[in-house]
Design a protein around this ligand. Structure first.
Ligand code: GDG
Length: 531
């Protein structure tokens, strides 16, 4: 078995800590973020550096705060500073008004503003610069998600020889959807500069491969000899595309749920709800999560099955998200109008059908709700994976909850044996699934949740991280002259006006300027390490 000799350089849009203005100064907020937990297993084997945006524009206090926060962690936190305009056009704009809706099959929500693309390229170039300043040839650089699809291309142009991996946390769309993107070939070509490309499901990986076949000439896709993995060749480029379904730390959730104080909270939640049948929804406020459709399904339940009135309660937790983007503001109004209409129509003395919380719960409260719930209603219109579904299974230590899960969540195929799969657009069918869960015999519920818990226990996040790192370790080290070869066969299109730089000796090498940056401001640096 191969292993990576160097360190892990993890790169994500946001760091796992956030720095924000607070009481006249700046303060560091720790976030328990899902990605930080997911990577714990990888860090234990490969300490290193975590590069990302710290949450606010440049400030002299950021670096000292990050140094302090790095103590006791297996990685050093390193900031990429972004201007407010960059955050608006790269993050809110390109990432969340173009790629997010398009990759979730919602093209009418896209705003294909060319200015967003320019800033996206510039910011990806900035991230690549930050990586190149620290990466040694033997390190593994792991880039996360749709915000940073051009980083490998920028790194290779600068002669970076580290192995480069990318994991897409969201779905990859089919060609009919992807080809709407004005920068479709440029993005595919940039993705092919990663040595390893990870997707959540076989469907996402298959869609990516179909897009390559449709949009790039001479693409070759071959079996890699490992289930769920294909080798993709384009000219001199070779990438491994694999399916790596992300997961959760099962033991951590299950053990936490077993704590006596969680048991007390469960009793108190159930008592406050008069021991009614508890349906639970937990989502970021996002139009992909299918919250209005779920509320409409509940309204159908209450209309069609009057015997369930007063006997069921939906607790819907919605965590505020991306509130600066117009689509998200409109969604909040739609959700809150539906909640008030349904509650207005059906509430009776002593019973309110929907308990709506628009805030983030503490981890303890979240786990208590997972454990207390009779049904988890997880009905996204489209979702990369959906970790809430897996967290619910792990926290169901009393083994009596039912999982109603969208067939369009990445978790759908994996959890199909124990969950009730639904099409979230088919609101009458979701209503029927809710009713069936309410009347399901206890033995059936136990059988199903046990199956689900075994699946999630076996396919936990430690396994996810290790399998990705193992696939990375098996990739041969890119040759010193890779950029020269690539230049001959596949011209880059992502950085207009910027010539590729053939990789010469690392020391004193210059980084190609980003689009929009004056060419004369190319950075130079001395390579760390002895390659
Ligand atoms: C993206 C993809 C993919 C939620 N409410 C509270 C809370 N949460 C935590 C959950 C869970 C996380 O947020 C949400 O993760 P999801 O996977 O469900 O969804 P996204 O945020 O959209 O994540 C998704 C994921 O990346 C990973 O690859 O699965 O498909 O869209 O961990 O626990 N945490 C706390 N209070 C809350 O109220 N503390």
């Amino acid at each position: 078995m191969n292993s990576i000799k160097g360190g892990l350089i993890n790169v994500s849009n946001r760091l796992p800590v956030q720095i924000r203005k607070h009481a006249g100064g700046v303060r560091l907020f720790r976030s328990s973020g899902g990605l930080a937990t997911a990577l714990n297993a990888a860090w234990q084997e490969q300490p290193g550096i975590w590069i990302g945006w710290p949450g606010m524009a440049q400030d002299p206090q950021i670096q000292p705060l990050l140094r302090k926060a790095s103590r006791g962690r297996p990685y050093t936190l390193q900031a990429v500073s972004l201007t407010d305009d960059e955050v608006a056009k790269f993050y809110a704009g390109f990432a969340n008004e173009i790629i997010w809706p398009l990759f979730h099959d919602m093209p009418t929500r896209c705003n294909f503003d060319p200015a967003y693309w320019e800033v996206y390229q510039r910011v990806n170039h900035k991230f690549a610069q930050a990586v190149q300043e620290t990466a040694k040839a033997e390190d593994f650089v792991w880039i996360h998600d749709y915000h940073l699809m051009l980083v490998a291309e920028n790194l290779r142009q600068a002669g970076c020889r580290s192995r480069l991996g990318f994991f897409l946390h969201i779905p990859f769309p089919a060609p009919d959807m992807f080809e709407k993107l004005p920068w479709r070939e440029a993005i595919l070509e940039a993705l092919l500069r990663f040595d390893l490309l990870g997707f959540q499901t076989d469907r996402d990986r298959g869609n990516f491969e179909d897009c390559l076949r449709k949009l790039l000439p001479d693409i070759v896709v071959e079996d890699a000899g490992v289930p769920g993995q294909h080798v993709v060749r384009h000219g001199a480029l070779r990438s491994l595309a694999g399916t790596f379904p992300i997961s959760i730390d099962f033991d951590e959730f299950a053990n936490h749920a077993l704590r006596p104080e969680i048991g007390e909270s469960v009793k108190s939640i159930r008592k406050d709800l008069n021991d009614r049948f508890l349906l639970l929804g937990v989502d970021r406020m996002d139009y992909t999560k299918g919250i209005p459709e779920r509320l409409k399904a509940l309204r159908i339940v209450l209309e069609r099955f009057p015997e369930l009135r007063r006997r069921i309660t939906l607790v819907q937790v919605v965590v505020p998200s991306r509130e600066e983007i117009p689509n998200y503001k409109e969604l909040r109004h739609e959700v809150e109008l539906l909640v008030s209409q349904i509650n207005g129509e059906f509430t009776q003395p002593g019973w309110v059908p929907i308990h709506y919380m628009h805030r983030s719960l503490s981890r303890e409260d979240l786990i208590a709700y997972y454990r207390a719930a009779d049904v988890a209603l997880i009905t996204p219109l489209k979702d990369g994976m959906n970790l809430v579904a897996k967290e619910f299974c792990a926290a169901q230590v009393d083994e009596r909850g039912v999982l109603i899960l969208s067939e369009f969540a990445g978790a759908g195929p994996e959890l199909r044996h124990g969950a009730t799969l639904v099409n979230p657009n088919d609101t009458p069918a979701v209503a029927t699934a809710i009713r069936e869960a309410c009347i399901m015999p206890l033995e059936e519920k136990q059988r199903r949740i046990r199956v689900l818990r075994e699946i999630v226990r076996g396919h936990n996040v430690q396994r996810w991280a290790r399998s990705f790192m193992q696939a990375a370790a098996d990739i041969p080290q890119p040759p010193a002259d890779q950029e020269t070869k690539v230049e001959e066969s596949t011209p880059s299109r992502t950085t207009p006006g910027v010539a590729l730089v053939a990789s010469g000796p690392r020391r004193g090498m210059s980084f190609p300027p980003a689009y929009g940056e004056p060419g004369t401001r190319a950075l130079t640096w001395l390579a760390r390490g002895g390659d």
